[in-house]
Design a protein around this ligand. Structure first.
Ligand SMILES: Nc1ncnc2c1ncn2[C@@H]1O[C@H](COP(=O)(O)OP(=O)(O)OP(=O)(O)O)[C@@H](O)[C@H]1O
Ligand SMILES: [Mg+2]
Length: 152
């Protein structure tokens, strides 16, 4: 039997934990629709293990609802009942500790391309000059990379 190296390792909370999570959109109306019902799972924080965890299921089964509850994004978050925890803490809002690639293309229509690309850096408090410089570098990298066709 493998013994944990230390007490702190033994007590590490799961990366993500759902406890009996149910999400009903438009609850209390005649349009009420339960997208996920009584979902319980844990993604354990395994020491020294890098993992990719997938959620598989047919279209409409609730994958994005679950991901957006983890990200703290409305209207999926907050769940109608149950608890969503990340590293042992209840998710109350979005945070820079959780990244998300959206299912659909998204950008802020009220911002320039440069301000869209540098938005993450802005959230981290990086100054305008620095974040614009870094965003320009990434944009250049993207547009100067050979296209898949040129790569042969
Ligand atoms: N804001 C909303 N209001 C009402 N119903 C919603 C809302 N968002 C999602 N739903 C419904 O909840 C169900 C689960 O949607 P969800 O987007 O989580 O599915 P999904 O598994 O990610 O599907 P896909 O594979 O098509 O992306 C679907 O029936 C969807 O129509
Ligand atoms: Mg989806």
């Amino acid at each position: 039997m493998e013994m944990p190296d230390s007490d702190s390792e033994k007590e590490k909370p799961p990366v993500v934990e759902f406890r009996n999570v149910t999400k009903t959109f438009d609850a209390g109306t005649d349009r009420a629709f339960t997208a996920v019902k009584d979902v319980t799972f844990k993604v354990e924080d395994k020491p020294d293990a890098g993992e990719f965890i997938g959620i598989l299921g047919p279209s409409g089964c609730g994958k994005s609802t679950i991901l957006r509850c983890i990200a703290g994004l409305s209207p999926q978050h907050p769940p109608t009942s149950g608890e969503v925890l990340v590293h042992g803490e209840n998710v109350t809002e979005p945070g820079a500790d959780r990244g998300m690639v959206f299912q659909d293309y998204t950008s802020f229509s009220n911002r320039t391309v440069l301000d869209n690309v540098s938005f993450g850096l802005e959230c981290q408090g990086v100054g305008k000059k620095d974040r614009h410089e870094r965003a320009r570098d990434w944009i250049c990298l993207l547009y100067t990379s050979p296209s898949p066709r040129d790569r042969g």
